[in-house]
Design a binder for this molecule. Structure first.
Ligand SMILES: *Cc1c(COP(=O)(O)O)cnc(C)c1O
Length: 374
């Protein structure tokens, strides 16, 4: 009864969500700070003012939301944690026709894969990166060329470029990368784009950029094949709301709309559009939270290192760490016993690491107590 294509599916497994007890959840890179109360208020007011809206189709193209996202990017310089002058940081104005929104960036990525990658050549990606990319390759029958990371866990830029040029392929990776947390500078990304095939897209997934120092959005002024993927799930505390978007040149963005309109005309519902607009308009709240998370990350990194751990310097809202003499599973189990969930990967080469989402100072204090004893 089943279609043949099911054989190629290898579904993504998210961080566990057990219900047996109340855990401190540091396993899915969610934001420890609640969404902005002003956003909740805006949603309530919108529903009170026009409950009928829930019975009507939403704006299929999220026009007001795209305007609000463009305004937010122009205001923040594309990165919450940057201390540069925002306008100077971008160097040009992001316009709504450069934005495409979807029901979480996972869905946006699905449209992006369908729009830009063919099955006649491999997609180039790092061996360890966001694990949804290989899932979509299976879904859309896109071959992959996975390039191992270097021994210092950074991307092997030279090898990725050599492969992309050899097969005239598109490239995708997360920057900062997951699960390592390492960021390439915008300059390094630019060097890569310059040397990559011009007739194929170059995709940078900036799910965590707001916790780092910079975004690659300024490169959009120069490079027409660059596509930047962003999400509201992490820095905007909206993992439960499901909102993501791309920023790219208007022609590429229009092609993603064509795909969307051939699959689901209305991916972003009325409530999500309302919440997203309010969130962009009151983004200072999230900017403060991102800075708190980044500061907590750096002090947690120092703590672990002082206890003899190996911790990769992170530009995200998580750290990737291991302790000599302990398996990843032992660390994970010790935390779980204390009521704290962290993430363990079964993937070969990174089994000894755990990925720890940065929580509030109180949550991290509880975790420090457990890990300090190991
Ligand atoms: C979390 C994450 C996403 C998915 O975000 P959603 O908007 O929640 O679907 C995409 N890419 C990377 C690298 C992520 O870490």
């Amino acid at each position: 009864m089943l279609a043949k294509r099911l054989e190629q599916l290898n579904p993504y497994v998210p961080g566990e969500q057990p219900k047996d007890r109340e855990y401190i959840k540091l396993n899915a890179n969610e934001n420890p700070y609640e969404p902005n109360p002003q956003v909740i208020k805006a949603v309530k007011e919108a529903l009170d003012a026009s409950p009928a809206k829930l019975g009507l189709y939403p704006d299929p193209d999220s026009n007001q939301l795209r305007q609000a996202i463009a305004d937010m990017l122009n205001k923040t310089g594309g990165c919450f944690n940057n201390d540069k002058n925002a306008a100077a940081a971008l160097g040009f104005k992001v316009t709504p026709d450069m934005i495409f929104c979807g029901n979480g960036s996972d869905e946006v990525l699905s449209f992006v894969f369908y729009t830009f990658f063919d099955s006649d050549r491999p997609l180039v990606l790092p061996e360890h990166t966001y694990s949804f990319y290989p899932v979509y390759c299976g879904y859309y029958n896109i071959p992959m060329k996975k390039i191992p990371l270097k021994t210092d866990w950074t991307l092997d830029k030279e090898e990725m470029l050599a492969q992309a040029n050899k097969t005239d392929s598109a490239t995708i990776f997360a920057n900062p990368n997951a699960p390592t947390g390492i960021a390439l500078t915008t300059l390094e990304v630019e060097e890569m784009i310059k040397a990559a095939p011009k007739d194929k897209v170059f995709i940078v997934d900036e799910a965590y950029a707001d916790f780092g120092d910079e975004s690659c959005i300024p490169l959009l002024a120069k490079y027409k094949n660059l596509v930047i993927v962003r999400t509201f799930s992490k820095s905007l505390s909206f993992a439960g709301m499901r909102l993501g978007f791309i920023v790219a040149n208007p022609e590429l963005t229009a092609s993603v709309f064509t795909v969307k309109n051939s699959f689901n005309h209305f991916p972003v519902d009325f409530v999500a559009q309302t919440a997203g607009i309010a969130s962009c308009n009151t983004v200072e709240y999230n900017v403060d939270n991102a800075k708190k998370v980044a500061a907590e990350r750096d002090s947690f990194t120092e703590f672990l290192r002082s206890k003899g751990w190996f911790v990769i310097t992170s530009k995200t809202n998580f750290v990737f760490a291991k302790k000599e003499g302990r398996t990843g599973d032992e660390i994970y189990q010790a935390a779980k016993k204390a009521g704290i969930l962290i993430r363990l990967f079964k993937t070969k080469g990174i089994e000894d690491f755990v990925r720890i989402t940065i929580g509030t100072p109180q949550q991290m204090a509880a975790l420090k107590e457990v890990l300090g004893e190991l």
